[in-house]
Design a protein around this ligand. Structure first.
Ligand SMILES: [Zn+2]
Ligand SMILES: [Zn+2]
Length: 319
């Protein structure tokens, strides 16, 4: 017969056994525990300062939902402001469900938000764009997401952009970059990237939270999460292979992952040494005359100047 576990802090039944912390926790105490750990990460890495405006990027998945829920709780205590951003990439079914989940969460928490629909600006979905410019879907999607997030933050005067990358994401990214010897990527992996000119600071408040924990948190708090995964996700890619090889409900690898992420975050130069130039269309730091995003616009026969003008008005939050 399975022995019932009780919470280490009250007489309720435990829902999770967190070995590295030597505690069993009920639903309520687990949520409290995770919130405290995120708070420690915010303070330890100095991710947010008082009165700052933080733009939280929400995908519709469990990680960013957990991030927004916790950041919203901590915003009162630590005195910063939280806003939401969702990017609709125009993939049928997947994007509709993801946007629904993101918007439900913004509304449930009463958070000011913005949904940017890629189709509205490009007249095309991300898969269609990638086909037109003959580049892989995932890298096109990553590039567009990165730049759009930055432009929204830049044009609306945000201090930080927060993303939902968890410990397992960052760990597998470091290991992958090491295996393929991508030194450029390795040097940029960090829990905190400071603002550099028109590139707004990036923060990863869930850097010390495992994927199993974000899933548990989202489930226990009944957060709206889209039950779909992107149809273009490369399930056989190296990064996911690494992630799945190190999944451990027993937290055996947790200290190793934590150490690696902490070490790399310290080592990371997060430097923009190569970005000595400024894009002649949008002005952000870049290593060539035109940034990757404006190059993409030119490839699509779109005029970068009018694109940015239109986007500037569209991206601003009424705050
Ligand atoms: Zn309890
Ligand atoms: Zn540009």
């Amino acid at each position: 017969m399975k022995e019932e576990l009780y919470c280490s802090f009250c007489d309720k039944e435990a829902v999770i056994n967190l070995k590295p912390f030597r505690v069993n926790l009920c639903s309520e105490h687990f949520s409290q525990h995770l919130t405290n750990r995120v708070k420690r990460t915010l303070l330890k890495y100095k991710l947010v300062k008082e009165r700052e405006k933080v733009l939280v990027a929400i995908s519709g998945g469990k990680d960013s939902a957990t991030l927004l829920h916790i950041m919203h709780k901590l915003s009162n205590e630590l005195n910063f402001e939280v806003y939401g951003l969702h990017l609709n990439i125009g993939v049928k079914d997947f994007s509709e469900k993801s946007e629904d989940a993101a918007v439900s969460l913004f509304k449930a928490l009463g958070i000011k938000y913005k949904v940017v629909n890629v189709r509205e600006f490009f007249g095309l979905s991300i898969p269609e764009i990638s086909k037109k410019v003959k580049k892989p879907i995932c890298s096109t999607c990553g590039l567009i997401k990165r730049y759009i997030m930055n432009y929204v933050a830049l044009y609306s005067n945000f201090n930080k952009i927060a993303t939902g990358h968890n410990l397992d994401d960052i760990f597998s990214y470091i290991v992958k970059s090491f295996l393929v010897q991508d030194k450029e990527q390795l040097s940029r992996i960090s829990v905190f990237t400071p603002t550099f000119d028109k590139l707004i600071s990036r923060i990863k408040p869930l850097a010390e939270i495992s994927e199993n924990e974000t899933l548990t948190y989202a489930t226990l708090n009944k957060l709206p999460v889209a039950q779909v995964s992107c149809p273009f996700k490369n399930k056989f890619g190296l990064e996911l292979k690494i992630k799945y090889s190190f999944i451990d409900p027993d937290y055996k690898y947790y200290p190793i992952k934590l150490n690696l992420v902490r070490t790399y975050s310290k080592l990371s130069l997060a430097s923009r040494e190569n970005d000595t130039l400024r894009c002649k269309y949008c002005g952000i730091p870049t290593s060539s005359e035109v940034c990757s995003f404006c190059k993409l616009l030119l490839n699509l026969n779109l005029d970068p100047v009018s694109f940015h003008k239109a986007f500037q008005g569209y991206a601003s939050f009424e705050t």
